[in-house]
Design a protein around this ligand. Structure first.
Ligand SMILES: Nc1nc2c(ncn2[C@@H]2O[C@H](COP(=O)(O)OP(=O)(O)OP(=O)(O)O)[C@@H](O)[C@H]2O)c(=O)[nH]1
Length: 74
């Protein structure tokens, strides 16, 4: 199994990451900055392609912008 995980890790190193910080319409939702800090994205994904997008899944706000970013990466 070792070979499997090594191969997988190698492939994932090239993966791009899109984080959707949902419920931005709710006052008690974590802000984009808070989600970014709690997930330690800047340090964990340093040198990698990642993006965090605030969204509101009910109205759809931000979803297009997030997916547009992902589309540009692939
Ligand atoms: N106001 C608001 N409500 C949302 C949003 N996204 C999901 N919800 C609501 O949150 C509730 C839980 O949604 P689910 O899709 O079941 O998500 P879940 O992962 O099971 O639960 P959560 O931990 O609440 O995310 C539902 O009533 C959704 O309508 C959003 O962006 N804004």
């Amino acid at each position: 199994m070792e070979w499997f995980f090594e191969r997988y890790e190698r492939l994932l190193r090239k993966a791009v990451l899109l984080v959707l910080a949902n419920k931005q319409d709710r006052l008690n939702a974590l802000s984009v900055t808070e989600v970014k800090e709690r997930l330690e994205l800047e340090t964990r994904f340093e040198g990698r392609r990642w993006h965090i997008q605030g969204i509101d899944a009910v109205s759809g706000l931000g979803i297009k912008e997030g997916l547009d970013w992902m589309t540009r990466q692939i």
